[in-house]
Design a binder for this molecule. Sequence first.
Ligand SMILES: Nc1ncnc2c1ncn2[C@@H]1O[C@H](COP(=O)(O)OP(=O)(O)OP(=O)(O)O)[C@@H](O)[C@H]1O
Ligand SMILES: [Mg+2]
Length: 272
Amino acid sequence: MNPLAFFQSPTSAALSSGSRSINPSIARSRSLIINHLTVNYRSMQALSDVSFVVHPGSLVGIFGPNGAGKSTLVKAMLGLTPRVAGEVFYKGQLLAEQLECTAYVPQRSQIDWSFPASVWDVVLMGRVRKSGYFHRFSATSRRIAASALERVGMADYRDRRIGELSGGQQQRVFLARSLAQEAEVFIFDEPFVGVDQKTEDILFRIFRELANAGKIVLLVNHDLGETITHFDQLILLNRELIASGDRTHVLTPDNMTRAYGGHVRFFGNQAA
Ligand SMILES: Nc1ncnc2c1ncn2[C@@H]1O[C@H](COP(=O)(O)OP(=O)(O)OP(=O)(O)O)[C@@H](O)[C@H]1O
Ligand SMILES: [Mg+2]
């Protein structure tokens, strides 16, 4: 199904979204709606009029070449980068106004790894919104944080400094923090960069479990190899949306040429 089919003409009865109208029943559902998002950095247009829909229970990969605007897209969705136009809705409200249900892990290069926090501190941070900023963590919060660390296989590392861990271990700790947060929308920017195979397997297993439990999981990804088969939906970007949908719909030679300029080989198909 074409995700853009959800967007109606501005004249239909619809939720007001500022720029365009959206079918009200879809808007109030638990789908994530990216509606005509445009982002400029000074005079440079980083993203132009990007629209797509993600349904609950989906594991989504966001692909595109370096500089395609993948990180910009996820930051703009969360309100971390100013938008020129467009909005993002979840459950009928702006996603940026309900960040308590959203877990975001930025690209590695944007994290300060010298920050003097232990693994346990990082995971407990996932409970801050639930516990309140000036309250002690409850026994329930501690139990949830401990079980999240256990789930990613990092319970033995709870007293280690986050900066001392390998890239894969760090990524697992950040996943534990988002599990502790009990988020509904998980957004990870390049979570597989610099991680070992064991971590990649653990991350994909948990991302799949989250999607199967009805959550929305969006992963910015570079790898067009076999891991692409894990995703239910692919978003292909190059400053604009090139395609959104399943693999057969998105990974066509024409789309790949538009995104990558025609010199890329990818799993299960070939674009030259
Ligand atoms: N804060 C900023 N100020 C100015 N330009 C920026 C800023 N952030 C990103 N850009 C530019 O916007 C474009 C998109 O950047 P973005 O980081 O979103 O791409 P990306 O697809 O995530 O790339 P990568 O695969 O390298 O992570 C690039 O040309 C980048 O140089
Ligand atoms: Mg990026």
